[in-house]
Write a new protein. Sequence first.
Length: 131
Amino acid sequence: NIVSDRLNSPELLDYYERHVISYRYVRGYGEGPEEARRVFTNKYGHCAQITAFTVYVLQKAGYEARRYILADRALMSPKGNYHRACLFIVNGEKYIMDNGRSIPHGIVRFEDYGSSESRKKSEQLQGEPIL
């Protein structure tokens, strides 16, 4: 669609998510590709849904991007799931975009995201190699 076509850089997408999409925990919805459309249509979602939207838009723009599970108990959902954010690469550098919180965190260098302990534990949860 025309809006997602124009969100063709991480900075534009980050701005859009921070100003248009809001965090709202809603039980019963997952993190599959259909969630990207739900977030775009409703303008809200929980961390996994917003991450699905972020991954979809960045991949559509040609970036290598995927879901990242952060193993930090302080950020667990009411349902007991670990927090989700988007891991992506720009010019060989890894970044996290994390706007799926009540206070969006935006774009953060991967090395600066979470504690080294939570990053180590998170590696075991990914289900696929970290980029």
